[in-house]
Design a protein around this ligand. Structure first.
Ligand SMILES: Cc1ncc(COP(=O)(O)O)c(C=O)c1O
Length: 427
């Protein structure tokens, strides 16, 4: 008898293969290609010796070592959550009392992706709506899709999501009788992946006011994804969106140590409105009943000793050099190509480039093939950062990462890419 097929759940069907898996595969298969598509952080900057020493110190004392190697709690290692309060005081540049927060509203997760997933699980029924920037972080678009939620893109300029466009979209949804389905506004507030754009201060304040005003039938939460917040190379840190939500009712702040310390440690945290805490706690309890205890100890140790802060400032210096290498190369090799423009990010890992509309950049496009197979350079096609059916979706953009390659190969990669673009334009 032939082996019967596995009958997968509906959720399996919704979890379509992510472009991220395709990109990682391409990167691994084409070792001699310069990857401006990288989804990794710069390996040379990973804190190997620091972590080695930290583990040795955690395991010096047997009893302490036993605790570190034991299960932890679902909410996360208590001393870490206490330290995160101090860390937030530093990031928000405020006093402990102005923080208006206790460790009970902080939950530690295995990467912020886990928080994004759990939030989606507890908030969205199929057909519910999440408003997102156009463009935005494509993995979260996949997460929304996986729970059957609908992502609606809102127009964005060089200062982030436009608040007039957000209001107009909410009015349109209300007219269609669907306001009760809007559960969330998702914003990558600093150095957005992919555009590198930072939401302007006045818009941070406005979005909280808009969420409050439009919470007519149910609360509209704002998910502030601050994954790149600490990777700043120019200018000063402004207040988070979260800081404008003084009663801590509307904004969820998601932060991660993946970009600023190590993605392999996979420790992140969410700051939640108090009435959301038990929902996330319960679902995480079902899922893994706690993130790896030892990893949380390493992060706690780094925060306590000041090693984390020192590491972040050296990281900023090294990424700043790479960002500048990419921007200089773009000036040198793209400035004379008509209709090409790019944004100059003050932080993060990406430069967002727009080509003339007729030059498509997708995986199947002549440009992608020319660049990856002939000129030997990879980028991430911009169209994957928009919800599938969005009228705002553009097909002629690219995300260029300066995270992984060296200064020399970044320059070489940008030169190769300009060759590929010129080649396709001349056809
Ligand atoms: C905007 C954004 N949010 C969240 C994440 C997830 O990071 P992690 O799960 O490693 O914390 C990433 C990773 O690339 C990201 O770019």
């Amino acid at each position: 008898m032939p082996l019967p097929d596995i009958r997968f759940s509906q959720r399996r069907q919704q979890a379509a293969e992510q472009s991220i898996a395709y990109l990682m595969q391409q990167g691994i298969e084409n070792r001699d290609v310069i990857s401006l598509a990288a989804v990794f952080v710069d390996e040379a900057t990973l804190p190997v010796s620091l972590v080695r020493e930290s583990i040795a110190s955690i395991l010096t004392d047997d009893a302490d070592g036993h605790r570190a190697l034991q299960y932890g709690t679902t909410a996360g290692f208590a001393p870490l959550r206490e330290n995160l309060l101090n860390h937030l005081v530093r990031l928000e540049n405020c006093s402990t009392s102005d923080l208006n927060l206790t460790a009970d509203e902080i939950i530690v997760t295995s990467g912020s992706q886990q928080l994004l997933q759990h939030l989606s699980d507890v908030l969205f029924d199929p057909g519910d709506i999440c408003l997102v920037a156009a463009p935005t972080y494509f993995v979260f678009l996949g997460t929304l899709n996986g729970v059957g939620a609908k992502a609606i893109a809102v127009e964005t300029d060089e200062h982030g999501m436009r608040m007039d466009a957000l209001e107009a979209e909410l009015a349109r949804i209300e007219q269609a009788g669907d306001l009760h389905r809007v559960k969330m506004i998702y914003l990558v507030s600093s150095f957005e992946n992919p555009s590198g754009v930072t939401l302007a201060d006045d818009r941070r304040r406005q979005v909280v006011e808009i969420a409050r005003r439009w919470s007519k039938e149910q609360r509209i939460l704002i998910l502030e994804d601050a994954a790149y917040r600490e990777l700043r190379y120019a200018g000063d840190d402004g207040p988070s969106i979260w800081s404008y939500d003084q009663n801590r009712q509307f904004v969820i702040l998601a932060q991660t140590f993946s970009k600023s310390f190590s993605p392999g440690i996979r420790v992140a945290y969410g700051v939640l409105p108090s009435d959301l805490v038990s929902a996330i706690h319960d679902i995480k309890g079902n899922f893994d009943f706690g993130s790896p205890n030892l990893n949380q100890r390493i992060i706690c140790d780094a925060l306590q000793t000041g090693n984390y802060e020192r590491h972040v400032s050296s990281l900023q210096s090294s990424y700043r050099v790479k960002r500048d290498a990419m921007l200089t190369a773009a000036d040198d090799f793209f400035a004379d190509i008509p209709g090409v423009s790019w944004l100059k990010p003050s932080g993060g890992l990406y430069v967002w480039m727009t080509l003339p509309e007729e030059i498509e950049t997708g995986f199947e496009s002549p440009l992608f093939k020319q660049a990856s197979r002939i000129d030997g350079v990879m980028y991430v096609p911009g169209e994957i950062f928009y919800p599938q059916n969005s009228p705002l979706r553009r097909r002629s953009q690219m995300r260029l990462s300066f995270g992984v390659e060296s200064r020399v190969t970044i320059r070489d990669g940008i030169q190769r890419l300009s060759q590929a673009v010129r080649h396709v334009m001349m056809r």
